[in-house]
Ligand binder design. Structure first.
Ligand code: F6R
Length: 240
């Protein structure tokens, strides 16, 4: 793992967006794995800024989001579809038909998970996968478990994740299930960039970098990835 420690979230975002922009310049039809949540927000702002300055075009870029809530309409303001539109897609020249999400409302979830895995495969796989990390060490919505998941799967969110994300659901009705790329799908990405900001992530980062490789801390699997870069701030690095 390549671990880089920064003084601020702004510097992390600059470093992450730089990696994406350089890759897209070389490969205009790059296939990107994207995350939602607080961690990538600043990185998306940097990408928008670079697009507005004419430094990069997303016209041919393809994207696959990590996850989506179940039982929440796509149009809901808290869906990850809405998050991506609001914070990135509607500010750049990406073609919406090149953006993909697992469908959290599919009637046949097993078929939906297979469809998503197949679509990623037939797109040639993910070149760069952006990740945040949960305080419990989850990546995507792969929660601590006895086994590492393989492909896209439906998960029940843990109390810890519900506590962290409930703030976004002002009416208090947060979904308790989500559909997420599996650990196997994430590990298949050619390059991984994980962002961690703030002291709340320090224990998860310690377990990821220095802990035992265990599905009880899903991010610890990144110890085995040939090209995983962790961009973190001093607070998140506090326990290393
Ligand atoms: C989001 C995702 C999650 C988040 C994680 C951290 O698509 O897959 O794993 O990355 O919960 O969330 P933040 O960044 O809000 O602390």
């Amino acid at each position: 793992m390549d671990l880089r420690i920064f003084d601020s979230a702004a510097e992390i975002a600059r470093a992450a967006s730089e990696i994406f922009v350089q890759h897209i310049k070389k490969f205009p039809n790059a296939c990107l794995g994207l995350a939602t949540g607080a961690s990538p927000l600043e990185t998306y702002r940097c990408l928008i800024e670079d697009y507005q300055k004419g430094l990069v075009s997303f016209r041919q870029v393809r994207t696959f989001n990590l996850d989506e809530y179940c039982d929440l309409p796509e149009e809901d303001k808290n869906s990850y579809h809405s998050f991506m539109k609001d914070n990135l897609f509607s500010h750049i020249d990406i073609s919406m038909e090149n953006t993909h999400f697992p469908n959290g409302n599919a009637a046949d979830m097993e078929a939906e998970c297979k469809r998503y895995d197949q679509l990623i495969l037939s797109s040639g796989g993910i070149d760069i996968q952006l990740l945040g990390i949960g305080v419990n060490g989850h990546i995507g919505f792969n929660e601590p478990s006895d086994v590492f998941s393989e492909g896209t799967n439906k998960v029940r969110l843990t109390e810890s994740t519900i506590r962290s994300n409930k703030i976004y659901f002002q009416d208090g009705k947060m979904p308790t299930y989500a559909v997420t790329m599996g650990i196997g799908s994430i590990m298949n990405a050619k390059k991984i960039i994980l962002l961690a900001i703030g002291e709340g992530k320090a224990e998860a980062i310690r377990r990821t970098v220095k802990g035992e490789l265990t599905p009880n801390c899903p991010a610890s699997i990144l110890q085995k990835h040939p090209d995983a870069t962790l961009l973190i701030d001093r607070e998140a690095a506090k326990k290393l």
